[in-house]
Design a protein around this ligand. Structure first.
Ligand code: NAD
Length: 472
């Protein structure tokens, strides 16, 4: 992936340094002048972003089709609609979020009043990935704007059509003094990271996540890391045909390139054979006999990721394990068929690295307990799913499994509820956003305590101390 970077940066006007300095300097001035603080400014920017999405929905769909062969309905649901839902939610709650919250003051400090009020952080950097290249840049932007910040967006160079579209449209709709898009790859990203920010919000893989965290540490900049991981789906009981469809939908959406997609299935006992039967049926029902011909199935983002996934398939073909269905590919078209594997080596790269593509291994385990142990023996994932109708198992799963989020009998959907925080834990990330949580991520919750000095009610605490008074 890194080899593609210099050419992308070279394509932009000259070295990234001067361009970055100029843009960041300009927005820093805006942030210092508190340009984006007023409620009316925030509301106007949110409306402008809403209009951008309305008036250029087709352009967004075209860009996503160019970058990822993203089917239109998928693109609407998982990119446009998700950003719109965040905007709606922020518009509905903005006044309430911005209101000062009054807090009771302990008797010793009375008379006094205490309040906490969200303050904008200032100037923030949002670095996006390529898999949902519009949504994962604009949803954090909604939160940053709602919270009264100026923002620089750095979309992923691996989704060039989406990146170029954002660079063209954002200045047309949003106040250019408050929001800027800087295009480019790793070199540009690092030039940006060398600047002074009030918050850095990064979505992507953990390798770059570490680079971002190190750069942030140098300037003690707070950072949100939205990373990935191997999100397991534990299947215990239920309607296996429906479970297979839920798994297939969550996995093969965007050709498996979804951070919260079920990475692999842990099937307890007889559930394994049931899924081996029902998953191919679900795939066939969704995408037909030849998914390459389906309008509803996406493509792999680039040759690098195609080769990585083809490597998993080649290794799996050497055994152990069996191909339950799929396995087809076409390098020219960046197509990988929805694929289900069973009995794979749990120590192989396929089961150690995040798959991030349309390959679903089913691993049979003897018990629910064994499934929980399997999950907890590995790095905490971004999401963990349980398929069971038994409330007791659901609560044990919630108690024992460490993951960024949990879904019972449904994959991916928790991130579409703006009232829920979204983010990882441990190696799947730090911090969260969506709805009020996003607003708070981009705010300082600042306490204010007020008293009058006309009446000196604090006399009791001044020296010289009355030792006798404090004796127990
Ligand atoms: P990517 O390659 O597009 O990289 C992400 C960003 O980092 C890009 O903007 C890129 O320009 C920048 N970058 C790349 N190299 C850099 C470097 N050396 N220094 C500084 N910046 C650099 O995306 P990716 O990492 O392949 O994204 C896929 C990963 O993202 C998966 O692991 C997935 O699980 C995760 N992800 C997480 C979420 C989430 O919300 N938690 C969402 C989507 C994807």
């Amino acid at each position: 992936e890194e080899t593609a970077v210099p050419s992308t940066d070279a394509a932009a006007a000259g070295a990234p340094g001067p361009r970055v300095n100029e843009t960041v300097g300009r927005l820093r001035d805006s942030a210092d002048s508190r340009l984006a603080h007023p409620r009316r400014f925030r509301a106007a920017q949110l409306r402008a972003l809403e209009r951008l999405l309305e008036e250029h929905a087709q352009d967004v769909l075209d860009a996503l089709a160019a970058d990822l062969g993203k089917p239109e309905v998928e693109a609407r649901l998982s990119e446009l609609d998700l950003v719109r839902a965040e905007i709606d939610h922020a518009q509905l709650h903005l006044t309430e979020w911005m209101e000062a919250r009054h807090v009771r003051v302990p008797v010793a400090f009375q008379p006094a009043s205490a309040k906490v009020e969200a303050q904008p952080l200032g100037l923030v950097l949002i670095i996006g990935p390529w898999n949902y290249p519009v949504q994962l840049v604009l949803s954090p932007l909604v939160a940053a704007l709602a919270a009264g910040n100026c923002a620089v967006l750095k979309p992923s160079e691996a989704a060039p059509a989406s990146s170029a579209l954002l660079a063209r449209l954002v200045p047309q709709y949003l106040d250019a003094r408050a929001v800027a898009v800087v295009e480019g790859g790793a070199e540009t990203s690092q030039a940006l990271l060398a600047q002074r920010w009030d918050h850095i919000f990064y979505t992507g893989g953990d390798r770059v996540g570490r680079i971002v965290a190190e750069a942030a540490a140098r300037q003690l900049t707070p950072v949100t890391l939205e990373l990935g991981g191997k999100s397991p789906a534990v299947v215990v009981d239920g309607s296996y045909a429906a479970i297979a469809r839920r798994l297939a939908y969550g996995k093969f959406l965007n050709a498996g390139q979804t951070c919260v997609a079920p990475d692999y299935v842990l099937a307890v006992g007889p559930a394994a054979a049931e899924l081996e039967k029902h998953l191919p049926r679900a795939i066939n029902a969704f995408y037909g006999k030849d998914p390459a011909k389906s309008r509803d199935y996406g493509r792999i983002v680039n040759r690098g990721h195609f080769d990585r996934l083809a490597g998993f398939l080649d290794a799996a073909a050497q055994g152990p394990g069996t191909l339950v269905s799929g396995g087809g590919r076409d390098a020219e078209a960046l197509y990988i068929e929805p694929t289900v594997l069973a009995g794979v080596d749990v120590e192989s790269p396929l089961m150690r690295e995040e798959i991030f593509g349309p390959i679903l291994p089913i691993i049979r385990v003897e018990s629910f307990d064994a499934a929980v142990r399997f999950v907890n023996a590995r790095p905490a994932p971004l999401a963990a799913y349980l398929f069971s109708e038994k409330p007791r198992l659901q609560s044990v799963f919630e108690d024992r499994v460490r993951a960024g989020g949990i879904g019972h009998n449904v994959c991916n959907a928790h991130l579409a509820v703006p009232g829920l925080p979204f983010g990882g834990v441990g190696p799947s990330g730090m911090g969260n956003y969506h709805g009020k949580y996003g607003f708070e991520t981009f705010s300082q919750l600042r306490p204010v305590l007020s008293k009058t000095a006309m009446l000196d009610t604090l006399k009791a605490v001044y020296p010289p101390y009355g030792w006798a008074k404090t004796k127990v």
